[in-house]
Design a protein around this ligand. Structure first.
Ligand code: UDX
Length: 417
């Protein structure tokens, strides 16, 4: 099939590259010229495991451009544009709006086209926001003259290609049979369950899934904080719980909490939306509260070891919101560094991929090499990069937010174990 992808961020580029690898011809459209040039050279503009290799392999089936009129050369357009949070916790739909205008104008000149929305959008957005824009700009009717589907992504950063190629399920929200058939065909080689729903159900499945995963983490962190006081190993509790098929072990790793580009933004947007409908999402509000307090526990533990951390050399390992990504959005390292700065500690940090991004918000701290971090009064582990496992922690004071077994050779304390 001929496929265009609007937005070459990590969702768009991973989707486009994987579809090209499935022998589709793909055009990525993005406003960012640098990104476009990089993709056309076969180089991934973001750090994502395996992406550069797959992009280079499929170089002749994927091209990038800044010009949305290329949509007309294709049969299907995926909308993979960002939906960032606004200050008032609502989501910003301006990228989506522009994308839908561009697509609408092109649909006007075509017999049939399918628009597939992958961006994370609140329930009702496809029906009440995107379709009206497409219809207005094309003068055509959704479901009759062109197809629309809401097909949320469940890609974890760092494992996005693996997740795309081996999904647990594919959710397809569509309200006309022709589009349903096209999506069935597009995904026919995937051996996972396919869940067909309406638009709003597909949108809500994405939010509810992320909200539930974040709930699991905040839950185990709360249990972990309590277990620590009882001298109980939380990870054994998680293992013991995880064998129960109704619970599952995944996302029960306690630590400094969840961050990233999705969980924080999505959960806050869902809470804000529910409030407008006079529904309080009490569980989720507390899931966020637990997560806001969790990273600060690491500084509380530090203070048990030093009555004052003013002037102490504190080494920090890991700045990205999790390992295998350079993404620092809502990284739990941010509140930890803020607190350490407030307490006037001398801070040295190291991360294999995220230092450049971190420098943009914290230019005032020392960016160091990995070995230098070991020469600190205390070392905080905030991300579990594999290379941190190879360090010699003997004799060092370690406070671990990620459960790095190897660090236990040091004078070791876990955040909630
Ligand atoms: C998430 C969803 O998993 C994915 O399906 C969605 O499409 C996008 O959002 P991502 O943000 O890449 O993916 O990260 P994920 O691997 O889910 O981790 C989120 C946060 O939770 C990270 O900060 C991670 O360190 C933390 N986490 C995860 C834990 O603290 N404990 C766990 O057991 C799992």
């Amino acid at each position: 099939m001929n496929i265009s992808i609007l937005g070459a961020g990590y969702v768009g580029l991973v989707t486009g590259t994987c579809l090209a690898n499935m022998n589709h011809d793909v055009i990525c459209i993005d406003v960012n010229k640098k990104k476009v040039e990089s993709i056309n050279k076969g180089i991934a503009p973001i750090y994502e495991i395996g992406l550069s290799e797959l992009l280079a392999k499929n170089k002749n089936r994927i091209i990038a451009t800044t010009n949305p009129s290329n949509i007309k050369k294709t049969d299907i357009t995926f909308i993979c544009l960002g939906t960032p949070s606004k200050k008032n916790r609502n989501i910003d739909l301006s990228n989506i709006k522009q994308g839908a205008i561009d697509i609408g104008k092109i649909i006007k000149q075509k017999d049939w086209h399918v628009v597939i929305i992958k961006s994370t959008i609140l329930p009702g957005t496809t029906k009440d926001f995107i379709i009206p824009i497409l219809e207005k700009n094309s003068g055509k009717k959704a479901g009759r003259d062109f197809g629309v589907a809401m097909n949320p992504e469940f890609l974890k950063e760092g494992k996005a290609i693996q997740d795309f190629l081996n999904p647990d399920r594919i959710v397809i929200g569509t309200e006309d049979d022709k589009t349903k058939k096209i999506l069935k065909k597009l995904y026919e080689n995937f051996r996972c369950p396919k869940v067909f729903t309406g638009f709003s159900e597909a949108e809500m499945i994405k939010y509810a899934s992320n909200a539930f995963l974040a709930t699991k983490i905040s839950f185990i962190n709360e249990i972990g904080n309590f277990c620590k006081k009882l001298d109980i190993d939380t990870y054994k509790i998680a293992d013991g719980m995880g064998y129960d098929k109704r619970i599952e072990r995944a996302f029960l790793n306690s630590g400094i909490g969840w961050g990233g580009s999705c969980f924080p933004k999505d959960i806050k947007a869902l809470i804000t939306m529910a409030n407008k409908y006079d529904e309080k999402l009490k569980i989720l509000e507390n899931v966020v509260k637990v997560n806001d307090l969790q990273p600060l526990k690491i500084v509380e533990i530090l203070k048990k070891h030093f009555p004052s951390i003013k002037g102490k050399n504190i080494g920090v390992l890991g700045l990205s919101f999790k390992k295998d990504t350079d993404d620092i959005r809502e990284s739990r390292a941010i509140p930890v560094i803020k607190k350490l700065l407030q307490e006037k500690a001398i801070i040295k940090v190291y991360d294999p991929k995220a230092m450049d991004n971190f420098k943009k918000i914290f230019p005032q701290i020392n960016y160091s090499n990995i070995n230098n971090i070991l020469n600190s009064d205390a070392i905080l582990i905030l991300t579990d990069w594999d290379e941190f496992r190879k360090l010699n922690y003997k004799g060092k004071l370690i406070i671990d937010g990620r459960r790095l077994e190897e660090a236990k050779q040091g004078i070791y304390e876990g955040i909630c174990w």
